[in-house]
Structure formats: C-alpha cells, structure tokens
Design a binder for this molecule. Structure first.
Ligand code: UDP
Ligand code: MG
Length: 186
C-alpha cells in the first residue's frame, strides 16, 4: 500500500476506533532547513490533520544535542549524530522544533516521516523522499519524530518551556527566582 493510501486509511479508521490524543515532538533537522525542505515537510505532515501547538527555530548546543540523543550514547554513530544535529555538517546551525497534537499523533507522524534508514523508507515518506546516508554512515533523514509517549513527554519538556506551548500539556509549578537576568528588547 502506498504511503498516501495508508495515511487515508488511518484517517478513515479514526472515525471507527477511539483514538488517544497525543503530543509529539518534531524536529526539522539542519539538512531539511539547508535543502529548503521546510515547506514540503510541513505540507506532508499536514496530511495527518494534527494541530501545531508550539514551534520555534533553535540553535542546538552540544548539551541539548547530547541530552536529546542520550539513549544512543553507546552507538558508534553517536559523535557524528551530535555534530549533525548541531548543523555543523551543513553550515546551518539551527533546527525547527514543533509540537503536533491530535489523535494518535505519535504513530501518525512516525508513519509520514518513514523508516529511520532513508534507503529503507517508503519513497513517498519524508525520509524516503529527502533523506540520504552519508559516506560516514550517518542517516541524514531530515526529520526527527518522537517514538512513544514516554519519549515525547521527555523531549517536549527538553525543547520547550511551558509558556511556549499554547495549551497546558503537563503539570507545572510556579517558580520565583531572585537575581535572574534576562534580555529584553531595548
Ligand atoms: N542514526 C544513524 N544511524 C543508525 C541509526 C540512527 O545515523 O544506524 C541517526 C538517524 O539520524 C536517526 C537518529 O540517529 O534519525 C536517531 O536514531 P533512532 O534509532 O532514534 O531513529 P529515529 O527515532 O530517528 O527513527
Ligand atoms: Mg528515535
């Protein structure tokens, strides 16, 4: 079945099966931005009929990169992955981070993104259409998508502050800090 037909089928099933509202983190990786794929990727994701509840462009620090991918720290490609997600291979030191919300958002976005390995991904998926494997062996697959609810909660909390998300997602606490300095417009 083609990717598009599968997406239609998932949408059809929504009417029959009670689905769970989920939130998921999407990152358009530096290769996606460098190749001017932002519009194409967002259009593909819009097939899922989900709602964007947060978005921003981020310059990824080494600390954020390592924390985001900490489960992969023992993998041989880890160091290259950390360099890649910071945009240092593409001379493009930014990623676009978004939170999508809606019925079965996690599975749905993962499906539209396609398999991790761009050579194995369905050619009509985002990774299948735009990804590549570098000579170093890194999968430059243009998009990240959370893979389960535990991961999406950890990742959304890592990338976004509560006030950057337009709906209340997780419990919050009021914190008052003394001597905290921040930049404001002059
Ligand atoms: N990755 C890689 N080689 C591999 C597996 C993963 O370069 O053999 C990279 C790829 O960019 C992938 C990221 O590491 O998106 C995170 O890997 P994960 O297994 O979590 O795949 P994902 O959840 O992104 O599909
Ligand atoms: Mg993953």
């Amino acid at each position: 079945m083609t990717n598009e037909n599968k997406v239609k089928e998932i949408l059809k099933e929504r009417g029959k099966v009670k689905e769970k509202v989920q939130s998921t983190l999407v990152l358009i990786k530096p290769d996606g931005l460098k190749k001017s794929l932002t519009g194409n990727i967002l259009t593909k994701l819009s097939e899922a009929r989900l709602v964007i509840i947060a978005s921003k462009v981020v310059k990824v620090s080494p600390e954020l990169a390592k924390e985001h991918y900490k489960q992969l720290a023992d993998k041989p490609f880890f160091e290259d992955l950390i360099v890649y997600i910071q945009g240092k291979y593409h001379n493009c030191e930014r990623v676009m981070a978004l939170v999508y919300q809606g019925p079965n958002a996690i599975e749905h976005v993962r499906y539209i993104a396609g398999s991790t390995n761009p050579e194995e991904a369905d050619p009509t998926s985002i990774r299948g259409a735009y990804g590549r494997i570098t000579t170093k062996g890194v999968y430059e697959n243009v998009i990240h998508a959370s893979s389960d609810e535990k991961e999406s909660e950890r990742e959304i909390k890592l990338w976004f502050k509560p006030e950057e998300i337009v709906v209340p997602l997780y419990p919050t606490v009021q914190v008052t800090k003394k001597n905290v300095h921040s930049l404001e417009w002059a």
